[in-house]
Write a protein that binds this ligand. Sequence first.
Ligand SMILES: Nc1ncnc2c1ncn2[C@@H]1O[C@H](COP(=O)(O)OP(=O)(O)O)[C@@H](O)[C@H]1O
Ligand SMILES: [Mg+2]
Length: 145
Amino acid sequence: MIEKILYPTDFSPHAEKCVEYILQMKECGVKEVVLLHVIDEHIIKFTEEITEEAVTEEQVIAECHRTGKQKLKALAETFHAAGITTKLLLEEGIPFSKILEVADREVVSLIVLGHRGHNLAEELLLGSVAEKVARKSQRPVLLIR
Ligand SMILES: Nc1ncnc2c1ncn2[C@@H]1O[C@H](COP(=O)(O)OP(=O)(O)O)[C@@H](O)[C@H]1O
Ligand SMILES: [Mg+2]
């Protein structure tokens, strides 16, 4: 029985498409969704390098936490309205490895994620996070197109 789903999101339109599918899975016994956003440690370093103003790493991280928390809360309401409970996780690290780590830690029955994300490298069939999670996960993975 699929009871607990891990839904990692970068808040892109591709990731948002997963929501309608997860909601439909309530019929199959889904009771809880773990919503995970990973603050990419590479982005934090990159933002520091390209920003003219003196922003510290702490400020970049704090802003990512603030907006991430807001967006996760808004997403959670959609699931609550459908009678599905949520757990919100905001973590820093490398997205694909955090996703795999959380899937094991939370003992989820399925990982649902978008086949693409924010990156616009159209020539690629799959995004790099989607590809790595699908290839390395010990648990079932559903990629949404
Ligand atoms: N930082 C992240 N935190 C949580 N989930 C993510 C993150 N980045 C990507 N994902 C998930 O992986 C899916 C595929 O994204 P990705 O492989 O990064 O594609 P792209 O290369 O087009 O950005 C997204 O739709 C989302 O579900
Ligand atoms: Mg991406």
